[in-house]
Design a binder for this molecule. Structure first.
Ligand SMILES: [Zn+2]
Length: 119
């Protein structure tokens, strides 16, 4: 368990992560059902193809998010949770509560987003 988190905070984060994982898995299940083969109704064909592409993109985002949640749960279990991947500082609990799957402190994340925006 991380030194910075009390047992109560640890449990709170874990509950948040598990709830998000459930929610994402539910959404992905829903998306997969939407991706089922179209019927032979030609009039709605084009519209359905567009909807299928959007669903696919959403599924990719969900998959990446889910991977981050899994990693956060692993880090919680081995005690490395709550530290910035980049600078190693302890991420404030208030931030973790808002985005429990985050792996970067605010400073590193905004620096990374700025770098990316310039390319
Ligand atoms: Zn950092």
């Amino acid at each position: 368990m991380s030194k910075e988190l009390t047992p109560a905070q640890h449990d709170e984060i874990k509950a948040l992560l598990l709830a998000r994982r459930n929610e994402l898995q539910g959404q992905m299940q829903q998306n997969r059902e939407n991706l089922s083969p179209p019927t032979a109704d030609e009039g709605g064909m084009v519209q359905r193809n567009v909807a299928r592409e959007v669903d696919q993109a959403l599924t990719d985002i969900d998959t990446a998010d889910l991977a981050r949640i899994e990693r956060a749960l692993e880090a919680l279990a081995d005690g490395s949770y709550g530290h910035c991947d980049e600078c190693g500082c302890a991420i404030p609990f208030e931030r973790l509560k808002i985005e429990p799957q985050t792996q970067h402190c605010v400073a590193c994340k905004s620096r990374w987003e700025q770098t990316r925006a310039h390319h």
